[in-house]
Design a protein around this ligand. Structure first.
Ligand code: OGA
Ligand code: MN
Length: 207
């Protein structure tokens, strides 16, 4: 069987994670697939399937638009061909990371996210205080023709708080260590779509 670790883009991501904790690929998946995923995200939004994202976890979760203003919907296998294709690609990446970095990533959870104009997500880390399973974050962008003036950049705070901005352009993927890289989403001047997800390790919970 084809070994995902031998795919040059996947091994580049693994190398980047090992050396600096993050990676950015400008064309991770073909344009046709990004377009289908964008259509699907918009259709789900129009049908009222996306809901305001919460902050925190479990029972403590609450909607706080002063912190984040995106609308999300979790995706599961079997919902559409495009989503399944994406989940398949992310599973190859999960295997490549495990083979290269021995992180023991067990699964991938993922949602569509839509930032209406003006929405943002304040600086945060992707790891919860009471649940450290989220280990590697991955964001795939779905926005054709995004211009720097449109805002909505992902701003990562690297070593020494050096800022690195990523434009949320269709086809781009950003991957980073969830517990290590604080980041924020700057206010988006137009609708901003993505698939955001996390590779998770097994928890410490004995049950
Ligand atoms: C998140 C997040 C970044 C982005 O959903 O936790 O930080 O660029 N998203 O959408
Ligand atoms: Mn985040």
């Amino acid at each position: 069987m084809h070994n995902p670790c031998e795919h040059p883009m996947l091994s580049a991501i693994v190398d980047d994670l090992a050396t600096r904790g993050w990676s950015q690929q400008t064309l991770f998946l073909p344009d046709g697939l990004s377009r289908e995923l964008a259509l699907e995200c918009r259709r789900r939004y129009a049908e009222g399937e996306l809901n305001p994202a919460g902050v925190g976890r479990g029972a403590a979760q609450e909607v706080r638009e002063a912190i984040r203003g995106d609308q999300i919907q979790w995706i599961d296998p079997g919902e559409s061909e495009a989503c399944d294709h994406y989940l398949g690609a992310m599973d190859s990446l999960r295997q490549a990371i495990n083979q290269g970095l021995f992180l023991g990533l067990e699964d991938f959870e993922c949602h569509f996210a839509l930032y209406p104009p003006g929405a943002f997500y304040r600086r945060h880390l992707d790891r919860f205080r009471d649940d450290d399973r989220r280990t590697v974050s991955a964001v795939f962008y779905l926005n054709e023709g995004w211009q720097p003036d449109d805002g909505g950049q992902l701003r990562m705070f690297l070593d020494g708080d050096v800022e690195h901005d990523v434009q949320p352009i269709a086809g781009s993927l950003v991957v980073f260590l969830s517990g290590a890289i604080p980041h924020e989403v700057l206010p988006a001047g137009r609708e901003r779509l993505s698939l955001t997800g996390w590779f998770r390790r097994r928890g410490n919970d004995p049950f």
